[in-house]
Design a protein around this ligand. Structure first.
Ligand code: FPP
Length: 253
């Protein structure tokens, strides 16, 4: 399904580099929201918003790279998104391939490594193939980690982890006494990642929508009314600058 956008694309200025380069979040997680409303405002089909949202992903990678952020996790498809009309799901499932087809060379140039979290096996074959190719191709890159949450649901993740913990206790691979938060976290999709330092949600909604419920325990939240297709380097930078002013106390004083 290909759609043409009946308007000229907004020219976006590159913003100035950050003046303060201290206290940069190591891991930024983003709930990319508002694609449908962005399209509706322009009397376009919802998928036009998703298509435009891919450009925001590209801008985000460039901005994160520029700000020296090490990990970006993007909520691209939730386990609840299967409830959407089949046509929209089919369109969303084609986006990773489209994105990678065009932008993999740039990602390689920027030394970006691609990873996913979520139930990968349940994705359509063509989506898995494209993403797996990019994961393999970027495996040895050691720059920005671009982590796509694809078919991701946090409660499911926690239940699966719990089942695996119980199985390991039953098989004497793990003792009940040894189980603590650090060990439990090793059973999550995110076992190799540090927890997000900053969560961004676009479109004015202020909820977590089953995203990284365990991992966001001490994360700083930042919300913006900007719809995801309008998200750009300037907005990303604004989020980082506000984060830099926050004092994280982790329950202490
Ligand atoms: C939420 O907006 C957005 C999604 C469920 C899909 C997000 C996907 C992208 C931005 C593209 C991802 C790109 C790659 C490369 C994987 P919504 O549709 O719920 O918006 P609404 O709340 O305004 O209806």
């Amino acid at each position: 399904m290909s759609i043409r956008l009946p308007f000229t694309k907004k020219k976006r200025k590159e913003s100035e580099p950050l003046t303060n380069t201290e206290n940069i979040p190591n891991h930024v997680a983003i709930i990319m929201d508002g694609n449908g409303r962005w399209a509706k405002k322009r009397s376009l089909p919802r998928i036009a918003g998703h298509k435009e949202g891919v450009d925001s992903v590209v801008r985000t990678v460039r901005a994160a790279h520029k700000c020296n952020v090490n990990i970006v996790t993007l909520y691209a498809f939730s386990t609840e998104n299967w409830k959407r009309p089949q046509k929209e799901i089919d369109f969303l499932m084609k986006l990773p391939k489209e994105f990678l087809h065009i932008h993999l060379p740039e990602l390689m140039e920027r030394n970006v490594r691609i990873q996913t979290i979520g139930e990968f096996d349940a994705l359509p074959a063509h989506t898995k193939e494209a993403v797996q190719y990019a994961i393999d191709k970027t495996r040895n890159n050691d720059g920005l980690l671009l982590n796509f949450a694809l078919n991701y649901g946090s409660r499911y993740e926690i239940v699966q982890a719990t089942k695996q913990v119980m199985a390991d206790i039953q098989n004497s691979k793990l003792s009940m006494d040894a189980l603590d938060e650090e060990i439990f976290a090793k059973y999550l999709y995110t076992k190799e990642l540090s927890d997000p330092d900053l969560l961004i949600r676009t479109s004015g909604e202020q909820r977590l929508s089953n995203f990284l419920l365990w991992q966001l325990a001490y994360t700083e939240f930042w919300f913006t009314d900007v719809y995801w297709p309008d998200f750009d380097e300037a907005v990303f930078k604004q989020a980082i600058e506000e984060y830099q002013q926050r004092q994280r106390r982790y329950g202490g004083i």
